[in-house]
Design a protein around this ligand. Structure first.
Ligand code: PGA
Length: 250
């Protein structure tokens, strides 16, 4: 069970430090549920020493697929490693939609992250029109296979998949546990077929308006192995309550 917070483009320095202080107090010694926070890049270096020795891992929200060079505004895998990142979110739908990120680029990023020992949290998920047209399963399978094309996984801890239906992100509308489980089961089967050694045990997170009120019902589903939490990760009490909900299903 992994509960990861995606802070997106939120928090100033003072808020970031105070959120981490609160999280340390509430879940800093958690033993059963894995926890990660993914703050904006500029806070990573300052938060790393605060999280050192706690059970909260650090992650980033994006990275570039090249080692270094003339890529103005971009951040490399080695930079993320150096500031203590363990995870990196890749292919979030906000990046696909607002920054035209493609699955070819996401695939290159996944390979780059793995080669630097970062754990990618690879996001897939359909738009509302695609769901209404009955294409959700096909879309997420295609997205997953493009993102992970040519990828070799040696351990189930190498990579995390996240199902984030676009229509449920930041909208307050959550997929029902049954809707989510049905897509997670599709992804599970795809993982088993594609990575027979580790596919059974790779984590698949659900993301999209997860909050304390709905977390337990979602996390109770057999193929939902955690959450990628946006809005509710900015409130320490809510994030801790989601971790608490996850603990019941470890
Ligand atoms: P949300 O965001 O929880 O605010 O819907 C989830 C995400 O985009 O990762």
């Amino acid at each position: 069970m992994l509960i990861a917070g995606n802070w997106k483009m939120n928090t100033d320095r003072r808020e970031a430090v105070s959120l981490v202080d609160d999280l340390k107090r509430l879940v800093g010694e958690e033993e059963d549920v894995q926890i990660a926070v993914c703050p904006p890049f500029v806070h990573l270096g300052e938060l790393q020493p605060l999280l050192d020795g706690t059970s909260i891992a650090l992650g980033a929200q994006n990275m570039h697929f090249e080692d270094e060079g003339a890529f103005t505004g971009e951040i490399s895998a080695s930079m993320l490693r150096e500031v203590g990142c363990v995870f990196v979110i890749l292919g979030h739908s906000e990046r696909r939609q607002s920054f035209n990120e493609t699955y070819v680029e996401i695939n290159a990023k996944v390979k780059q992250a793995l080669s630097y020992g970062l754990k990618p949290i690879v996001c897939v998920g359909e738009a509302l029109a695609q769901r209404k047209a009955g294409q959700a399963e096909e879309i997420v399978r295609t997205q997953a296979s493009c993102a992970l094309e040519g990828v070799t996984l040696t351990s189930a801890a190498d990579l995390v998949l996240a199902y984030e239906p676009i229509w449920a992100i930041g909208t307050g509308e959550t997929a029902t546990p049954e809707q989510a489980q049905s897509i997670h089961a599709t992804l599970r089967q795809w993982l088993i077929d594609s990575f027979p050694e580790v596919g059974h045990s790779l984590q698949i997170l659900y993301g999209g308006s997860m909050k304390p009120q709905n977390a337990a019902d979602l996390l109770a589903q057999p193929d939902i192995n955690g959450g990628l939490v946006g809005g509710a990760s900015l409130k320490a009490d809510d994030f801790a309550a989601i971790v608490e909900a996850g603990r019941r299903f470890v």
